[in-house]
Design a protein around this ligand. Structure first.
Ligand SMILES: [Zn+2]
Length: 451
Protein backbone atom coordinates (compact mmCIF):
# COMPACT_ATOMS: atom_id res chain seq x y z
CA UNK A 1 0.00 0.00 0.00
CA UNK A 2 1.35 3.42 -0.79
CA UNK A 3 1.74 6.11 1.83
CA UNK A 4 -1.12 8.30 0.50
CA UNK A 5 -3.57 5.42 0.59
CA UNK A 6 -2.60 4.58 4.16
CA UNK A 7 -3.06 8.17 5.33
CA UNK A 8 -6.44 8.38 3.56
CA UNK A 9 -7.44 5.14 5.25
CA UNK A 10 -6.26 6.41 8.63
CA UNK A 11 -8.18 9.66 8.19
CA UNK A 12 -11.27 7.71 7.22
CA UNK A 13 -10.91 5.51 10.29
CA UNK A 14 -10.40 8.50 12.59
CA UNK A 15 -13.50 10.24 11.17
CA UNK A 16 -15.59 7.08 11.57
CA UNK A 17 -14.38 6.59 15.12
CA UNK A 18 -15.05 10.22 15.97
CA UNK A 19 -18.59 10.32 14.56
CA UNK A 20 -19.41 7.00 16.18
CA UNK A 21 -18.12 7.86 19.59
CA UNK A 22 -18.59 11.57 20.25
CA UNK A 23 -21.66 11.70 22.52
CA UNK A 24 -24.28 14.09 21.16
CA UNK A 25 -24.91 16.98 23.51
CA UNK A 26 -28.32 16.35 25.01
CA UNK A 27 -30.91 19.03 24.33
CA UNK A 28 -33.05 20.04 27.31
CA UNK A 29 -36.52 18.45 27.29
CA UNK A 30 -39.12 21.30 27.39
CA UNK A 31 -41.21 19.25 29.83
CA UNK A 32 -38.33 19.19 32.30
CA UNK A 33 -37.39 22.83 31.67
CA UNK A 34 -40.97 23.79 32.54
CA UNK A 35 -40.99 22.03 35.86
CA UNK A 36 -37.68 23.62 36.81
CA UNK A 37 -39.25 27.03 36.11
CA UNK A 38 -42.18 26.10 38.37
CA UNK A 39 -39.92 25.47 41.38
CA UNK A 40 -40.39 28.42 43.71
CA UNK A 41 -37.96 29.60 46.39
CA UNK A 42 -40.94 31.38 47.98
CA UNK A 43 -42.81 28.08 48.47
CA UNK A 44 -39.65 26.52 49.87
CA UNK A 45 -39.29 29.40 52.32
CA UNK A 46 -42.93 28.99 53.43
CA UNK A 47 -42.45 25.27 54.14
CA UNK A 48 -39.19 25.83 56.04
CA UNK A 49 -40.68 28.60 58.20
CA UNK A 50 -43.74 26.45 58.95
CA UNK A 51 -41.56 23.50 60.01
CA UNK A 52 -39.41 25.80 62.17
CA UNK A 53 -42.59 27.19 63.80
CA UNK A 54 -43.18 23.84 65.55
CA UNK A 55 -40.35 24.76 67.96
CA UNK A 56 -38.79 21.31 67.93
CA UNK A 57 -39.19 18.29 65.66
CA UNK A 58 -37.12 16.00 67.82
CA UNK A 59 -38.21 12.42 67.22
CA UNK A 60 -38.89 12.05 70.97
CA UNK A 61 -40.99 15.24 71.18
CA UNK A 62 -44.80 15.47 71.49
CA UNK A 63 -46.82 13.50 68.94
CA UNK A 64 -50.22 14.91 69.87
CA UNK A 65 -49.62 18.63 70.33
CA UNK A 66 -51.03 20.49 67.29
CA UNK A 67 -48.55 23.38 67.51
CA UNK A 68 -45.28 22.06 68.94
CA UNK A 69 -43.28 18.89 68.31
CA UNK A 70 -42.81 16.21 65.70
CA UNK A 71 -46.50 15.23 65.62
CA UNK A 72 -47.45 18.72 64.42
CA UNK A 73 -44.77 18.51 61.69
CA UNK A 74 -45.97 15.05 60.64
CA UNK A 75 -49.59 16.23 60.30
CA UNK A 76 -48.58 19.40 58.48
CA UNK A 77 -46.59 17.42 55.88
CA UNK A 78 -49.40 14.90 55.44
CA UNK A 79 -51.88 17.75 54.86
CA UNK A 80 -49.52 19.49 52.41
CA UNK A 81 -49.20 16.32 50.32
CA UNK A 82 -53.00 15.91 50.45
CA UNK A 83 -53.47 19.49 49.30
CA UNK A 84 -51.04 18.99 46.41
CA UNK A 85 -52.87 15.81 45.48
CA UNK A 86 -56.24 17.57 45.37
CA UNK A 87 -54.72 20.13 42.99
CA UNK A 88 -53.75 17.36 40.54
CA UNK A 89 -57.08 15.52 40.68
CA UNK A 90 -55.94 13.14 43.47
CA UNK A 91 -52.92 12.06 41.41
CA UNK A 92 -50.91 11.27 44.56
CA UNK A 93 -51.37 8.43 46.98
CA UNK A 94 -50.49 10.00 50.34
CA UNK A 95 -49.37 7.68 53.13
CA UNK A 96 -48.40 7.69 56.78
CA UNK A 97 -46.19 4.69 57.44
CA UNK A 98 -46.15 4.32 61.23
CA UNK A 99 -44.08 1.78 63.13
CA UNK A 100 -42.96 1.29 66.72
CA UNK A 101 -39.22 1.83 67.05
CA UNK A 102 -37.89 -0.36 69.86
CA UNK A 103 -35.39 0.97 72.40
CA UNK A 104 -32.10 1.93 70.72
CA UNK A 105 -29.08 3.98 71.73
CA UNK A 106 -30.92 7.27 71.13
CA UNK A 107 -34.45 5.92 71.72
CA UNK A 108 -34.97 5.53 75.51
CA UNK A 109 -38.44 3.98 75.21
CA UNK A 110 -40.43 2.36 72.38
CA UNK A 111 -41.58 5.25 70.19
CA UNK A 112 -43.96 5.64 67.24
CA UNK A 113 -42.20 6.91 64.14
CA UNK A 114 -44.10 7.95 61.00
CA UNK A 115 -42.72 8.25 57.49
CA UNK A 116 -44.93 10.58 55.45
CA UNK A 117 -44.86 10.17 51.71
CA UNK A 118 -46.69 10.80 48.45
CA UNK A 119 -46.61 8.38 45.55
CA UNK A 120 -46.84 9.65 41.96
CA UNK A 121 -47.62 6.49 40.11
CA UNK A 122 -45.82 5.80 36.83
CA UNK A 123 -47.97 5.53 33.72
CA UNK A 124 -46.27 2.64 31.89
CA UNK A 125 -43.84 1.11 34.44
CA UNK A 126 -45.38 1.82 37.85
CA UNK A 127 -43.46 -1.02 39.53
CA UNK A 128 -40.17 0.83 38.91
CA UNK A 129 -39.68 3.31 41.77
CA UNK A 130 -37.49 6.34 42.47
CA UNK A 131 -37.45 7.77 46.02
CA UNK A 132 -36.47 11.31 47.00
CA UNK A 133 -36.36 12.17 50.68
CA UNK A 134 -35.55 14.67 53.40
CA UNK A 135 -35.75 14.12 57.16
CA UNK A 136 -38.30 16.17 59.04
CA UNK A 137 -36.94 15.53 62.53
CA UNK A 138 -34.47 17.95 64.12
CA UNK A 139 -32.22 18.14 67.16
CA UNK A 140 -30.50 20.68 69.42
CA UNK A 141 -27.12 19.82 70.97
CA UNK A 142 -28.55 16.64 72.50
CA UNK A 143 -30.28 14.21 70.13
CA UNK A 144 -32.41 12.87 73.00
CA UNK A 145 -33.70 16.15 74.44
CA UNK A 146 -37.39 16.38 73.43
CA UNK A 147 -37.93 19.83 74.96
CA UNK A 148 -35.14 22.16 73.81
CA UNK A 149 -35.83 24.41 70.81
CA UNK A 150 -34.54 22.68 67.68
CA UNK A 151 -35.56 24.83 64.70
CA UNK A 152 -33.69 22.62 62.21
CA UNK A 153 -34.14 25.14 59.39
CA UNK A 154 -31.21 23.79 57.39
CA UNK A 155 -31.02 20.31 58.98
CA UNK A 156 -33.32 19.31 57.56
CA UNK A 157 -36.33 21.51 56.91
CA UNK A 158 -34.41 22.49 53.76
CA UNK A 159 -34.40 18.94 52.38
CA UNK A 160 -38.00 18.35 53.48
CA UNK A 161 -39.16 21.57 51.80
CA UNK A 162 -37.37 20.54 48.59
CA UNK A 163 -39.29 17.24 48.62
CA UNK A 164 -42.66 18.99 49.13
CA UNK A 165 -41.89 21.46 46.33
CA UNK A 166 -40.92 18.62 44.00
CA UNK A 167 -44.21 16.86 44.77
CA UNK A 168 -46.04 20.06 43.86
CA UNK A 169 -44.35 20.70 40.51
CA UNK A 170 -43.79 17.11 39.38
CA UNK A 171 -47.37 16.02 40.11
CA UNK A 172 -48.47 18.32 37.25
CA UNK A 173 -46.77 15.96 34.81
CA UNK A 174 -46.74 12.25 33.98
CA UNK A 175 -43.76 9.91 34.09
CA UNK A 176 -43.21 6.31 32.96
CA UNK A 177 -41.98 5.16 36.38
CA UNK A 178 -43.18 5.88 39.92
CA UNK A 179 -41.72 8.67 42.07
CA UNK A 180 -42.07 8.66 45.87
CA UNK A 181 -41.68 11.99 47.67
CA UNK A 182 -40.82 11.16 51.26
CA UNK A 183 -40.23 12.89 54.60
CA UNK A 184 -38.79 10.68 57.35
CA UNK A 185 -38.22 11.02 61.13
CA UNK A 186 -35.58 9.41 63.36
CA UNK A 187 -32.60 10.45 61.21
CA UNK A 188 -30.84 11.99 64.20
CA UNK A 189 -31.55 8.84 66.27
CA UNK A 190 -29.83 6.52 63.76
CA UNK A 191 -31.48 6.84 60.31
CA UNK A 192 -34.50 5.00 61.69
CA UNK A 193 -37.35 6.15 59.43
CA UNK A 194 -35.31 5.59 56.26
CA UNK A 195 -34.12 2.20 57.52
CA UNK A 196 -37.69 1.08 58.12
CA UNK A 197 -38.79 2.14 54.63
CA UNK A 198 -35.75 0.49 53.00
CA UNK A 199 -36.32 -2.73 54.97
CA UNK A 200 -40.00 -2.81 53.97
CA UNK A 201 -38.93 -2.17 50.38
CA UNK A 202 -36.54 -5.11 50.54
CA UNK A 203 -39.04 -7.47 52.15
CA UNK A 204 -41.80 -6.51 49.69
CA UNK A 205 -39.37 -6.80 46.75
CA UNK A 206 -39.98 -3.21 45.71
CA UNK A 207 -37.99 -2.27 42.63
CA UNK A 208 -36.40 0.87 44.12
CA UNK A 209 -34.04 1.79 41.30
CA UNK A 210 -32.61 4.89 42.94
CA UNK A 211 -32.92 6.97 46.08
CA UNK A 212 -31.65 10.49 46.86
CA UNK A 213 -31.55 11.96 50.33
CA UNK A 214 -31.46 15.74 50.60
CA UNK A 215 -29.97 16.68 53.94
CA UNK A 216 -28.63 20.17 54.75
CA UNK A 217 -29.17 21.84 51.39
CA UNK A 218 -29.75 25.35 52.77
CA UNK A 219 -26.58 26.92 51.40
CA UNK A 220 -25.52 28.36 54.78
CA UNK A 221 -25.58 32.13 54.33
CA UNK A 222 -22.37 32.46 56.37
CA UNK A 223 -20.54 31.36 53.22
CA UNK A 224 -22.42 33.56 50.79
CA UNK A 225 -19.18 34.81 49.25
CA UNK A 226 -17.37 31.47 49.14
CA UNK A 227 -15.83 30.67 45.77
CA UNK A 228 -17.34 27.19 45.40
CA UNK A 229 -20.85 28.21 46.38
CA UNK A 230 -22.61 27.80 43.04
CA UNK A 231 -22.62 24.03 43.27
CA UNK A 232 -23.99 21.17 45.37
CA UNK A 233 -22.25 18.03 46.56
CA UNK A 234 -23.47 14.58 45.61
CA UNK A 235 -21.91 11.89 47.80
CA UNK A 236 -21.73 8.36 46.44
CA UNK A 237 -19.98 5.24 47.63
CA UNK A 238 -17.37 3.72 45.30
CA UNK A 239 -17.53 0.15 46.59
CA UNK A 240 -21.05 -1.14 47.32
CA UNK A 241 -21.83 -1.35 51.04
CA UNK A 242 -23.34 -4.81 50.49
CA UNK A 243 -20.46 -6.21 48.40
CA UNK A 244 -19.82 -9.91 48.98
CA UNK A 245 -16.34 -11.39 49.48
CA UNK A 246 -16.57 -12.98 46.04
CA UNK A 247 -17.47 -9.65 44.42
CA UNK A 248 -14.59 -8.02 46.30
CA UNK A 249 -12.18 -10.61 44.86
CA UNK A 250 -13.36 -9.87 41.32
CA UNK A 251 -13.01 -6.15 41.92
CA UNK A 252 -9.47 -6.50 43.28
CA UNK A 253 -8.58 -8.29 40.07
CA UNK A 254 -10.19 -6.13 37.41
CA UNK A 255 -11.22 -2.84 39.03
CA UNK A 256 -14.63 -1.33 39.58
CA UNK A 257 -14.00 0.45 42.89
CA UNK A 258 -15.20 3.62 41.17
CA UNK A 259 -18.20 2.02 39.46
CA UNK A 260 -20.82 1.05 42.02
CA UNK A 261 -24.45 1.61 40.98
CA UNK A 262 -24.53 4.59 43.36
CA UNK A 263 -21.49 6.12 41.62
CA UNK A 264 -23.26 5.66 38.27
CA UNK A 265 -26.28 7.47 39.75
CA UNK A 266 -24.02 10.33 40.88
CA UNK A 267 -22.63 10.57 37.32
CA UNK A 268 -26.18 10.60 35.96
CA UNK A 269 -27.09 13.49 38.30
CA UNK A 270 -23.93 15.35 37.30
CA UNK A 271 -24.71 14.91 33.58
CA UNK A 272 -28.26 16.12 34.25
CA UNK A 273 -27.05 19.26 36.00
CA UNK A 274 -24.62 19.93 33.13
CA UNK A 275 -27.60 20.03 30.75
CA UNK A 276 -30.29 21.64 32.93
CA UNK A 277 -28.42 23.86 35.37
CA UNK A 278 -25.00 24.60 33.89
CA UNK A 279 -24.58 27.59 36.22
CA UNK A 280 -25.23 25.38 39.25
CA UNK A 281 -23.31 22.17 38.55
CA UNK A 282 -22.84 19.13 40.72
CA UNK A 283 -19.63 18.35 42.58
CA UNK A 284 -19.29 14.60 42.85
CA UNK A 285 -17.75 13.51 46.14
CA UNK A 286 -16.21 10.07 46.04
CA UNK A 287 -17.21 8.92 49.52
CA UNK A 288 -20.36 7.51 51.03
CA UNK A 289 -20.77 10.42 53.43
CA UNK A 290 -18.83 13.08 55.32
CA UNK A 291 -16.41 12.37 58.20
CA UNK A 292 -18.22 11.52 61.45
CA UNK A 293 -21.64 11.82 59.80
CA UNK A 294 -24.21 9.59 58.11
CA UNK A 295 -27.44 10.00 56.20
CA UNK A 296 -30.65 8.34 55.08
CA UNK A 297 -29.12 6.91 51.89
CA UNK A 298 -27.01 4.54 54.00
CA UNK A 299 -29.80 2.12 55.04
CA UNK A 300 -30.67 1.91 51.33
CA UNK A 301 -27.15 1.11 50.06
CA UNK A 302 -26.66 -1.35 52.91
CA UNK A 303 -29.67 -3.25 51.58
CA UNK A 304 -28.39 -3.27 48.01
CA UNK A 305 -30.32 -0.28 46.67
CA UNK A 306 -28.70 2.51 44.69
CA UNK A 307 -28.61 5.76 46.68
CA UNK A 308 -26.76 9.07 47.07
CA UNK A 309 -26.63 11.95 49.50
CA UNK A 310 -27.10 15.57 48.39
CA UNK A 311 -25.67 18.30 50.67
CA UNK A 312 -24.55 21.94 50.43
CA UNK A 313 -20.86 22.60 49.77
CA UNK A 314 -19.87 24.48 52.94
CA UNK A 315 -21.56 23.42 56.15
CA UNK A 316 -21.66 25.77 59.11
CA UNK A 317 -21.39 23.72 62.30
CA UNK A 318 -22.34 26.70 64.48
CA UNK A 319 -25.78 26.43 62.90
CA UNK A 320 -26.42 22.69 63.04
CA UNK A 321 -27.18 20.47 66.06
CA UNK A 322 -26.77 23.45 68.42
CA UNK A 323 -28.86 24.77 71.29
CA UNK A 324 -30.12 28.16 70.18
CA UNK A 325 -28.06 30.60 72.24
CA UNK A 326 -25.59 33.46 72.29
CA UNK A 327 -22.28 32.60 73.92
CA UNK A 328 -19.38 35.05 74.27
CA UNK A 329 -21.19 37.31 71.83
CA UNK A 330 -21.56 34.56 69.24
CA UNK A 331 -24.90 33.20 68.04
CA UNK A 332 -25.50 29.46 67.67
CA UNK A 333 -28.55 27.62 66.28
CA UNK A 334 -30.08 26.21 63.10
CA UNK A 335 -32.36 29.18 62.43
CA UNK A 336 -33.88 30.35 59.13
CA UNK A 337 -31.68 33.43 58.65
CA UNK A 338 -28.80 31.06 57.84
CA UNK A 339 -30.75 29.45 55.00
CA UNK A 340 -30.51 30.80 51.45
CA UNK A 341 -33.86 29.93 49.84
CA UNK A 342 -32.56 30.61 46.33
CA UNK A 343 -29.80 28.07 46.92
CA UNK A 344 -32.32 25.48 48.16
CA UNK A 345 -34.39 26.10 45.01
CA UNK A 346 -31.32 25.46 42.83
CA UNK A 347 -30.62 22.17 44.62
CA UNK A 348 -34.29 21.27 44.22
CA UNK A 349 -33.97 21.86 40.47
CA UNK A 350 -30.97 19.52 40.22
CA UNK A 351 -33.03 16.88 42.05
CA UNK A 352 -36.18 17.39 40.00
CA UNK A 353 -34.39 17.32 36.64
CA UNK A 354 -32.56 14.12 37.63
CA UNK A 355 -35.71 12.43 38.93
CA UNK A 356 -37.64 13.44 35.81
CA UNK A 357 -34.91 12.09 33.53
CA UNK A 358 -34.84 8.83 35.50
CA UNK A 359 -38.61 8.38 35.53
CA UNK A 360 -39.04 9.28 31.84
CA UNK A 361 -36.24 6.94 30.71
CA UNK A 362 -36.27 3.16 30.51
CA UNK A 363 -34.75 1.18 33.39
CA UNK A 364 -31.00 0.71 33.28
CA UNK A 365 -30.04 -2.58 31.59
CA UNK A 366 -30.01 -5.65 33.84
CA UNK A 367 -27.43 -8.44 34.09
CA UNK A 368 -24.82 -6.60 32.08
CA UNK A 369 -21.84 -8.88 31.51
CA UNK A 370 -18.32 -8.41 30.19
CA UNK A 371 -17.63 -11.60 28.27
CA UNK A 372 -14.31 -12.97 29.47
CA UNK A 373 -14.39 -16.40 27.84
CA UNK A 374 -11.07 -15.75 26.08
CA UNK A 375 -8.21 -13.26 25.88
CA UNK A 376 -8.44 -10.78 23.03
CA UNK A 377 -8.33 -7.17 21.99
CA UNK A 378 -12.05 -6.89 21.20
CA UNK A 379 -14.55 -6.27 23.97
CA UNK A 380 -17.85 -8.12 24.08
CA UNK A 381 -20.73 -7.03 26.30
CA UNK A 382 -24.08 -8.70 26.82
CA UNK A 383 -27.22 -7.90 28.81
CA UNK A 384 -30.89 -8.77 29.28
CA UNK A 385 -33.53 -7.20 27.02
CA UNK A 386 -35.50 -4.38 28.67
CA UNK A 387 -39.28 -4.90 28.84
CA UNK A 388 -40.38 -1.29 28.08
CA UNK A 389 -42.64 -0.89 25.03
CA UNK A 390 -41.02 2.43 24.02
CA UNK A 391 -37.46 1.11 24.16
CA UNK A 392 -35.37 2.13 21.14
CA UNK A 393 -32.15 0.32 22.03
CA UNK A 394 -28.91 0.64 23.94
CA UNK A 395 -25.71 2.63 24.04
CA UNK A 396 -22.30 1.37 25.00
CA UNK A 397 -20.36 4.02 26.91
CA UNK A 398 -16.69 4.02 27.78
CA UNK A 399 -13.90 6.05 29.33
CA UNK A 400 -10.22 5.81 30.08
CA UNK A 401 -9.68 3.92 33.33
CA UNK A 402 -8.42 7.14 34.94
CA UNK A 403 -11.38 9.30 33.87
CA UNK A 404 -14.00 10.20 36.52
CA UNK A 405 -16.88 10.43 34.00
CA UNK A 406 -18.08 8.59 30.89
CA UNK A 407 -16.56 10.33 27.89
CA UNK A 408 -17.79 8.36 24.87
CA UNK A 409 -20.92 6.61 23.71
CA UNK A 410 -22.04 4.59 20.74
CA UNK A 411 -25.60 3.60 19.86
CA UNK A 412 -25.70 -0.12 19.12
CA UNK A 413 -29.39 -0.67 18.31
CA UNK A 414 -31.93 -2.93 19.96
CA UNK A 415 -29.64 -5.89 20.58
CA UNK A 416 -28.54 -7.74 23.72
CA UNK A 417 -24.87 -8.16 22.96
CA UNK A 418 -22.24 -6.19 21.10
CA UNK A 419 -18.56 -6.41 20.28
CA UNK A 420 -16.40 -3.29 20.34
CA UNK A 421 -13.71 -4.20 17.85
CA UNK A 422 -10.13 -3.26 18.58
CA UNK A 423 -10.91 -1.87 22.02
CA UNK A 424 -9.40 -3.90 24.80
CA UNK A 425 -11.42 -4.34 28.00
CA UNK A 426 -8.08 -3.98 29.80
CA UNK A 427 -7.62 -0.40 28.56
CA UNK A 428 -11.07 1.15 29.10
CA UNK A 429 -14.04 0.93 31.41
CA UNK A 430 -17.26 0.10 29.58
CA UNK A 431 -20.93 0.35 30.50
CA UNK A 432 -24.35 -0.01 28.88
CA UNK A 433 -27.42 2.23 29.09
CA UNK A 434 -30.96 1.99 27.68
CA UNK A 435 -32.52 4.60 25.41
CA UNK A 436 -36.19 5.06 24.54
CA UNK A 437 -37.75 6.31 21.31
CA UNK A 438 -37.86 9.88 22.63
CA UNK A 439 -34.12 9.74 23.38
CA UNK A 440 -34.40 9.43 27.18
CA UNK A 441 -31.37 7.61 28.59
CA UNK A 442 -31.07 5.47 31.69
CA UNK A 443 -28.11 5.55 34.07
CA UNK A 444 -25.22 3.30 33.08
CA UNK A 445 -24.94 -0.32 34.22
CA UNK A 446 -21.38 -1.49 34.83
CA UNK A 447 -20.66 -5.03 33.65
CA UNK A 448 -19.67 -7.99 35.75
CA UNK A 449 -17.30 -10.54 34.23
CA UNK A 450 -19.23 -13.46 32.68
CA UNK A 451 -18.13 -16.48 30.67
ZN1 LIG B 1 -29.60 15.95 58.76
Amino acid sequence: MNQKFISALTLCFVITLFTASAPKKEKPDPKITQLLKDISSKNIETTILKLVSFGTRNTLSAQDNPTRGIGAARDYLYNEFQKISRECGNCLQVEKQTFVQPVASRIPQPTNLTNVYAVLKGTTNPERVYVVSGHYDSMCTSPTDPNCDAPGANDDASGTAAVVEMARVMSKQKFDATIIFMAVPGEEQGLLGAAYFAQQGLENKMDIEAMFTNDIIGGATTFKNAKNRQTVRVFSEGVPSNETEQQANTRRGTGGENDSPSRQLARFIKETADVYSPKFPVTMIYRRDRYLRGGDHIPFVERGFTAVRITETNEDYDHQHQNVRTENGKFYGDTPEYVDYGYVANVTRVNAASLARLALAPAKPKNVGMVTARLGNDTELKWDANPEADLAGYEIVWRDTSSPVWTDAQAVGNVTNFVMPGMSKDNFFFGVRSVDKAGNKSPVSFPKPVR
